[in-house]
Structure formats: C-alpha cells, structure tokens
Design a protein around this ligand. Sequence first.
Ligand code: MLT
Length: 384
Amino acid sequence: MFEMAERIKKLPPYLFAEIDRLKEEVRKKGVDIIDLGVGDPDIPTPKEIIEVAKKALEDPKNHQYPSYVGMYEFRKAAADWYKRRFNVELDANSEVVSLIGSKEGIAHLPMAFVNPGDYVLVPDPGYPVYPVAAMFAGGEIYKMPLKAENNFLPDLESIDESILRKTKLMFIGYPNNPTSAVADENFYKSVVELAKRYNFIVASDNAYSEICYDGYEPISFLEIDGAKEVGIEFHSLSKTFNMTGWRIGFAVGNKDVINGLGKVKTNIDSGIFQAVQVAGTYALNNAEILNRPIREVFIDRRNQMSKALKEAGFEFDIPKATFYFWVRVPSGFTSSEFAKKMLEEKGIVVTPGNGFGETGEGYFRISITNPQINEAVKRLKSAI
Ligand code: MLT
C-alpha cells in the first residue's frame, strides 16, 4: 500500500463524487432516484453544435495535437462574444486562453501565482475547487462567509488588513453557485478597489451568466473600470450550451494572469481536442440563438420549482439566475441529516449546504437540471 501525499490526505472527499457514491448505494437497494444534486443539464447539446463537431471530427487536421493556448478562431469567438454580450474589449491573442472546462483553469490558476504562505480568499459556501486549488499551491485559505443578511456577497470590510496584505488571489463567482445570488456593479467596483489597494489578483467565475430569468442579464466583472488591471474571468460552455461533457471553457482578462495560467497549462496539458474547439467556436459565434431555447427550459422549471417549494412551505429566495435553489433546511435537521434522509427515504438527491463550506450549514441546494420537479417536491414535502 502506497501512502498518499499530505495534500491528498488533507482533502475531504470531492462533494459530488461522494454524493454519486451514496446515490449508487441507495439505487442498488432498488430506490427510484430523482437527482437534483449536481448542476449537470439533462437536455442535450443543441443539434447544430453536434453537426459542426461531427464534420470537424472527420477532418484529419483536427486529429493532431491542438495548440496550447487554443485555436485562434476559438479565442477570437470568445473575445467577440464578450464584446457583444458585455461590451468588454479583449485581445484574442494575449487576453484569452482556452480551458478544458473552467474547472481546470480554476484549479491551475493558483499554481501560477500563489506561493506557500500567500493568502487566497474564497467564498464560503463556494465551489469546492477554489479552496482545493489554493491548498494544492501551498496557499493559506481565508474563507469569506456568504450570508443571507449580506445578500450572499462577501463583507469585504470585515476582512482584516493583516490578511489583505498577504493576499495574492481572491475567487468570487456571480451568479453564484450554490446560493444563486447575483452581484451588481457596486460590488464589483469595491472588489476592484480592494484588489488595487492590496495588489492581489481577482478571479471571477462567471459560468452561469447565461442562465438568467425575468429579463435580468448578469454583468461581467470585466465591465468595471480597472477590472482588467487586476483580474480575469472564467466562462464555461458547459451551462451556456448544455456542453458539460465536452470539457470546454475559457479565461479572459489581464494578460499577465492569462499568460501565467497558460504557462502552467502548457506544462501539464496539450489543449482541447480541436473538433471540440471548432464546435465551441460555432457555439460562441451563435450564442444568442443557441442559448435562447436553453434559457426557456430553465425559466419554466424555475417557475415550477418556485411554486412547488413555496406551496410545500420551504424557505428560499427565488433565483434571478443559475439553475440552483438555496433552500433553508426544515427545523430539526442539519444540512447533512436532511440530505441523507431525503436520499435514503425518498430517493431525492439534494446537495447539503455544508458541503460547500461551513457557512452553508442550515441550507440545501436543489438543481433544476432534472424535469421531475413536482414529483421531487412532493417527496421532499412528505419527508418533513
Ligand atoms: C455544481 O453542481 O456545483 C456544478 O455542476 C459543478 C461544476 O460546474 O463543476
């Protein structure tokens, strides 16, 4: 038996892998499962994207190693989309890097900039990859609690100056996973100011910008004056085009940060399969048309879920964006107890809030990437 490295020994089980494991145990007992756990859209990738990919698959020039930073056409499509969608100007050559999904970029970024002892500020609750990536790079983790009373935004004023002076990197992500909260210009302005004052990098995770409701259009961190001097933003084709399995995303913004991330990647991976990049280029160049029907599906489900949860007496804010509901655990349960009971007794997979960090205790997350909404809520209600 070989002993694992300390960095692995320190790791908690990866949240969604652990949920998958428990789900399989329960399924084996014959329970009919409705999975509202991981945010993995059940609807297929638009067929036009698949057709483009099929053609690209036949082309032998796509069978060789791709370029490290990504095909120029893909990076240009990302830059053009940022201009159309957010009015942010980007140089496709120096300010865009392709990623094997934004998770990959998030995981590698600290390796380029964080030295042992440097602080990395991460939201709590938050996407589990942020603290793990910081820890792998030897960084110290400072958790920024996201609380209902602050609209699930970090209270920047409460971060001690002694921490800020040692901070190298801050992760933020709005529309937010898991709370579904959104951020406005004023919040991003405060982040830019703080980053400039204490000279740290901001990594904004904007994976959910296109899953939005009621006419609300999330903004990009990079729209703020001075943001490009301090940070980058991640976007993923996973949620925008139902392409989670294709593994394609990108990071844009500050050229030195993009260059640093690119350096790590060049030494670790060899880019994204070109046929996938060709499909991604098509998707981004036609984003407005391709994303519209996807939004419509989630708007319907968001409305259905809001109604059903409300009628069942659950406490939550109606999401303006993302496909997540951040719901208060009924009294008498911890987050884990509730999630476990739902899975074992009712076959419903929800994600316990504390799986995203200790401040998530008292909540559970529902993902509407499953159409069986009324049946799921009926079962949730019957368990309490
Ligand atoms: C989630 O459920 O939090 C996300 O799907 C995870 C991811 O995007 O990797």
